[in-house]
Design a protein around this ligand. Structure first.
Ligand code: PGA
Length: 257
Protein backbone atom coordinates (compact mmCIF):
# COMPACT_ATOMS: atom_id res chain seq x y z
CA UNK A 1 0.00 0.00 0.00
CA UNK A 2 1.40 3.37 -0.99
CA UNK A 3 1.44 6.34 1.36
CA UNK A 4 -1.66 8.36 0.68
CA UNK A 5 -3.94 5.36 0.98
CA UNK A 6 -3.59 5.39 4.77
CA UNK A 7 -5.91 8.04 6.18
CA UNK A 8 -3.75 10.31 8.35
CA UNK A 9 -4.77 10.63 11.99
CA UNK A 10 -4.05 13.69 14.12
CA UNK A 11 -4.45 13.56 17.88
CA UNK A 12 -4.66 16.46 20.30
CA UNK A 13 -3.43 15.40 23.72
CA UNK A 14 -4.56 18.09 26.13
CA UNK A 15 -2.71 16.42 29.02
CA UNK A 16 -3.49 18.04 32.42
CA UNK A 17 -4.37 21.43 31.00
CA UNK A 18 -7.39 23.77 30.80
CA UNK A 19 -10.17 24.51 33.24
CA UNK A 20 -13.67 23.44 32.30
CA UNK A 21 -14.79 26.67 30.69
CA UNK A 22 -11.56 26.78 28.66
CA UNK A 23 -12.09 23.17 27.59
CA UNK A 24 -15.66 23.98 26.57
CA UNK A 25 -14.50 26.95 24.55
CA UNK A 26 -11.73 25.00 22.81
CA UNK A 27 -14.04 22.14 21.94
CA UNK A 28 -16.64 24.53 20.51
CA UNK A 29 -13.95 26.16 18.37
CA UNK A 30 -12.66 22.76 17.24
CA UNK A 31 -16.13 21.59 16.33
CA UNK A 32 -16.67 24.75 14.29
CA UNK A 33 -13.33 24.45 12.53
CA UNK A 34 -12.91 20.69 12.09
CA UNK A 35 -16.35 19.25 12.74
CA UNK A 36 -16.87 18.27 9.12
CA UNK A 37 -13.23 17.85 8.10
CA UNK A 38 -12.54 14.80 5.96
CA UNK A 39 -8.89 14.71 4.87
CA UNK A 40 -7.52 13.39 8.14
CA UNK A 41 -9.11 11.74 11.12
CA UNK A 42 -9.07 14.03 14.16
CA UNK A 43 -9.24 12.86 17.76
CA UNK A 44 -8.84 14.90 20.93
CA UNK A 45 -7.86 13.60 24.34
CA UNK A 46 -9.25 15.89 27.08
CA UNK A 47 -8.74 15.28 30.81
CA UNK A 48 -11.15 12.73 32.33
CA UNK A 49 -13.65 15.16 33.92
CA UNK A 50 -14.31 16.76 30.54
CA UNK A 51 -14.68 13.58 28.49
CA UNK A 52 -18.46 13.25 28.73
CA UNK A 53 -19.34 16.88 27.93
CA UNK A 54 -16.73 17.12 25.17
CA UNK A 55 -17.86 13.80 23.67
CA UNK A 56 -21.44 15.10 23.76
CA UNK A 57 -20.38 18.31 22.04
CA UNK A 58 -18.56 16.38 19.30
CA UNK A 59 -21.40 13.93 18.67
CA UNK A 60 -22.24 13.65 14.94
CA UNK A 61 -19.09 15.55 14.03
CA UNK A 62 -15.82 14.38 12.46
CA UNK A 63 -13.92 15.03 15.70
CA UNK A 64 -13.49 11.89 17.80
CA UNK A 65 -12.82 11.95 21.52
CA UNK A 66 -10.52 9.67 23.49
CA UNK A 67 -9.11 9.11 26.96
CA UNK A 68 -5.49 9.80 27.86
CA UNK A 69 -5.26 6.49 29.71
CA UNK A 70 -7.41 3.57 30.80
CA UNK A 71 -7.21 1.26 33.78
CA UNK A 72 -6.07 -2.32 33.33
CA UNK A 73 -9.28 -3.66 34.90
CA UNK A 74 -12.89 -3.44 33.75
CA UNK A 75 -14.38 -2.54 37.15
CA UNK A 76 -14.00 -3.06 40.86
CA UNK A 77 -12.26 -1.70 43.93
CA UNK A 78 -9.64 0.45 42.19
CA UNK A 79 -10.23 3.88 43.73
CA UNK A 80 -9.58 6.66 41.19
CA UNK A 81 -9.39 4.18 38.33
CA UNK A 82 -11.29 4.76 35.08
CA UNK A 83 -11.90 1.75 32.89
CA UNK A 84 -11.87 1.50 29.12
CA UNK A 85 -15.49 0.35 29.14
CA UNK A 86 -16.46 3.44 31.15
CA UNK A 87 -14.96 5.82 28.64
CA UNK A 88 -16.50 3.82 25.80
CA UNK A 89 -19.89 4.10 27.51
CA UNK A 90 -19.80 7.91 27.40
CA UNK A 91 -19.06 8.08 23.69
CA UNK A 92 -15.26 7.99 23.55
CA UNK A 93 -13.79 5.95 20.73
CA UNK A 94 -10.02 6.14 21.31
CA UNK A 95 -7.49 5.83 24.14
CA UNK A 96 -3.84 6.69 24.49
CA UNK A 97 -1.93 3.70 25.79
CA UNK A 98 1.59 3.84 27.21
CA UNK A 99 2.20 7.56 26.81
CA UNK A 100 5.72 8.29 27.99
CA UNK A 101 4.40 10.57 30.75
CA UNK A 102 2.40 7.62 32.08
CA UNK A 103 5.47 5.43 31.82
CA UNK A 104 7.70 8.00 33.58
CA UNK A 105 5.49 9.72 36.16
CA UNK A 106 3.08 6.92 36.98
CA UNK A 107 5.56 4.08 36.54
CA UNK A 108 3.50 2.23 33.95
CA UNK A 109 5.93 -0.50 32.92
CA UNK A 110 5.68 -2.65 29.80
CA UNK A 111 3.43 -5.31 31.43
CA UNK A 112 0.95 -2.66 32.63
CA UNK A 113 0.95 -1.04 29.20
CA UNK A 114 0.23 -4.45 27.65
CA UNK A 115 -2.71 -4.96 30.01
CA UNK A 116 -4.07 -1.49 29.22
CA UNK A 117 -3.82 -2.18 25.51
CA UNK A 118 -5.81 -5.36 25.99
CA UNK A 119 -8.40 -3.51 28.10
CA UNK A 120 -8.82 -0.90 25.36
CA UNK A 121 -9.19 -3.56 22.67
CA UNK A 122 -11.70 -5.50 24.78
CA UNK A 123 -13.76 -2.32 25.19
CA UNK A 124 -13.82 -1.68 21.43
CA UNK A 125 -11.70 1.43 21.68
CA UNK A 126 -9.07 2.37 19.12
CA UNK A 127 -5.82 2.14 21.06
CA UNK A 128 -3.09 4.63 20.21
CA UNK A 129 -0.01 2.84 21.51
CA UNK A 130 2.81 5.26 22.26
CA UNK A 131 6.43 4.12 22.02
CA UNK A 132 9.68 6.00 22.07
CA UNK A 133 13.19 6.18 23.44
CA UNK A 134 14.73 8.59 25.95
CA UNK A 135 17.63 10.87 25.08
CA UNK A 136 20.09 8.64 26.94
CA UNK A 137 18.79 5.60 25.08
CA UNK A 138 19.15 7.35 21.73
CA UNK A 139 22.62 8.62 22.53
CA UNK A 140 23.77 5.16 23.55
CA UNK A 141 22.44 3.60 20.35
CA UNK A 142 19.58 1.71 21.99
CA UNK A 143 16.66 3.31 20.12
CA UNK A 144 15.66 0.22 18.16
CA UNK A 145 16.18 -2.13 21.11
CA UNK A 146 13.85 -0.02 23.25
CA UNK A 147 11.21 0.19 20.53
CA UNK A 148 11.40 -3.52 19.87
CA UNK A 149 10.92 -4.26 23.57
CA UNK A 150 7.96 -1.88 23.88
CA UNK A 151 6.28 -3.22 20.74
CA UNK A 152 6.85 -6.86 21.51
CA UNK A 153 5.59 -6.53 25.06
CA UNK A 154 2.38 -4.78 24.04
CA UNK A 155 1.55 -6.56 20.80
CA UNK A 156 2.85 -10.11 20.79
CA UNK A 157 -0.11 -11.60 22.68
CA UNK A 158 -2.50 -10.52 19.91
CA UNK A 159 -3.04 -11.52 16.34
CA UNK A 160 -3.43 -9.22 13.39
CA UNK A 161 -7.23 -9.36 13.28
CA UNK A 162 -7.54 -8.19 16.90
CA UNK A 163 -5.08 -5.38 16.23
CA UNK A 164 -6.75 -4.12 13.05
CA UNK A 165 -7.84 -0.90 14.82
CA UNK A 166 -4.42 -0.23 16.33
CA UNK A 167 -2.68 3.10 15.80
CA UNK A 168 0.96 3.57 16.80
CA UNK A 169 2.53 6.83 17.91
CA UNK A 170 6.29 7.17 17.76
CA UNK A 171 7.12 9.76 20.38
CA UNK A 172 10.80 10.16 21.19
CA UNK A 173 10.81 11.22 24.84
CA UNK A 174 13.51 13.82 24.19
CA UNK A 175 11.21 15.59 21.73
CA UNK A 176 8.09 15.79 23.93
CA UNK A 177 7.44 19.26 25.24
CA UNK A 178 11.04 20.30 24.59
CA UNK A 179 10.75 22.15 21.30
CA UNK A 180 13.41 19.76 20.02
CA UNK A 181 11.42 18.06 17.27
CA UNK A 182 12.87 15.00 15.58
CA UNK A 183 14.04 15.83 12.08
CA UNK A 184 11.77 14.53 9.32
CA UNK A 185 14.53 12.05 8.44
CA UNK A 186 14.86 10.83 12.04
CA UNK A 187 11.10 10.31 12.19
CA UNK A 188 11.00 8.59 8.80
CA UNK A 189 13.88 6.24 9.72
CA UNK A 190 12.12 5.06 12.87
CA UNK A 191 8.67 4.85 11.28
CA UNK A 192 10.00 2.77 8.39
CA UNK A 193 11.81 0.48 10.83
CA UNK A 194 8.67 0.10 12.99
CA UNK A 195 6.54 -0.65 9.94
CA UNK A 196 9.03 -3.27 8.82
CA UNK A 197 9.09 -4.91 12.25
CA UNK A 198 5.33 -5.01 12.50
CA UNK A 199 5.04 -6.33 8.95
CA UNK A 200 7.55 -9.06 9.79
CA UNK A 201 5.43 -10.20 12.71
CA UNK A 202 1.86 -9.61 11.52
CA UNK A 203 2.24 -9.73 7.74
CA UNK A 204 2.89 -7.28 4.93
CA UNK A 205 -0.74 -6.17 4.56
CA UNK A 206 -0.98 -5.33 8.24
CA UNK A 207 2.28 -3.38 8.11
CA UNK A 208 1.21 -1.47 5.02
CA UNK A 209 -2.10 -0.39 6.49
CA UNK A 210 -0.88 0.44 10.02
CA UNK A 211 -0.99 4.14 10.79
CA UNK A 212 2.04 5.49 12.65
CA UNK A 213 1.79 8.99 14.08
CA UNK A 214 4.79 11.09 15.01
CA UNK A 215 4.66 12.98 18.30
CA UNK A 216 7.06 15.37 20.01
CA UNK A 217 6.99 19.16 19.62
CA UNK A 218 4.85 19.11 16.48
CA UNK A 219 3.74 22.63 15.59
CA UNK A 220 1.87 24.33 12.76
CA UNK A 221 5.27 25.35 11.39
CA UNK A 222 6.98 21.96 11.28
CA UNK A 223 4.00 19.68 10.60
CA UNK A 224 4.12 19.82 6.81
CA UNK A 225 7.74 18.65 6.49
CA UNK A 226 7.19 15.86 9.01
CA UNK A 227 4.04 14.74 7.22
CA UNK A 228 5.83 14.74 3.86
CA UNK A 229 7.69 11.59 4.94
CA UNK A 230 6.33 8.38 3.44
CA UNK A 231 5.80 6.53 6.70
CA UNK A 232 4.53 9.40 8.86
CA UNK A 233 0.75 9.06 8.96
CA UNK A 234 -0.22 11.98 11.14
CA UNK A 235 0.76 13.55 14.43
CA UNK A 236 0.13 13.26 18.12
CA UNK A 237 0.19 16.83 19.35
CA UNK A 238 0.50 18.05 22.93
CA UNK A 239 1.15 21.74 23.57
CA UNK A 240 0.13 22.92 20.11
CA UNK A 241 -3.25 21.19 20.40
CA UNK A 242 -4.42 23.71 22.99
CA UNK A 243 -4.79 26.40 20.34
CA UNK A 244 -7.56 25.77 17.84
CA UNK A 245 -5.98 27.70 14.98
CA UNK A 246 -2.56 26.05 15.31
CA UNK A 247 -4.05 22.60 15.74
CA UNK A 248 -6.26 23.10 12.69
CA UNK A 249 -3.18 24.03 10.63
CA UNK A 250 -1.51 20.78 11.74
CA UNK A 251 -4.62 18.87 10.69
CA UNK A 252 -4.59 20.60 7.29
CA UNK A 253 -0.87 19.83 6.81
CA UNK A 254 -1.54 16.18 7.62
CA UNK A 255 -4.51 16.04 5.28
CA UNK A 256 -2.42 17.31 2.39
CA UNK A 257 0.23 14.58 2.58
P1 PGA B 1 4.19 17.94 22.69
O1 PGA B 1 3.57 16.58 23.31
O2 PGA B 1 3.54 18.13 21.35
O3 PGA B 1 3.83 19.01 23.68
O4 PGA B 1 5.66 17.73 22.55
C1 PGA B 1 3.33 15.46 22.51
C2 PGA B 1 2.76 14.36 23.33
O5 PGA B 1 3.16 14.18 24.49
O6 PGA B 1 1.89 13.60 22.86
Amino acid sequence: MKPGTRTPIVGGNWKMNLLFDEAQRLSSELRGRLGSHRGAQVVIFPPYPYLAPVAAKMRDSAVAVGAQDVHTHVKGAYTSGVSAKMVRSIGCTHALIGHSERRAHFRDGDPVVADKLKAALDADLVPVLCVGESLAERQSGQTFDVLERQLRSALSAHDASVLSRLVLAYEPVWAIGTGQTATPQQAQDVHAWVRGKVAGHFGAAFGASLRIQYGGSVTADNAATLMSQDDVDGALVGGASLDCGGFARIVMASSAR
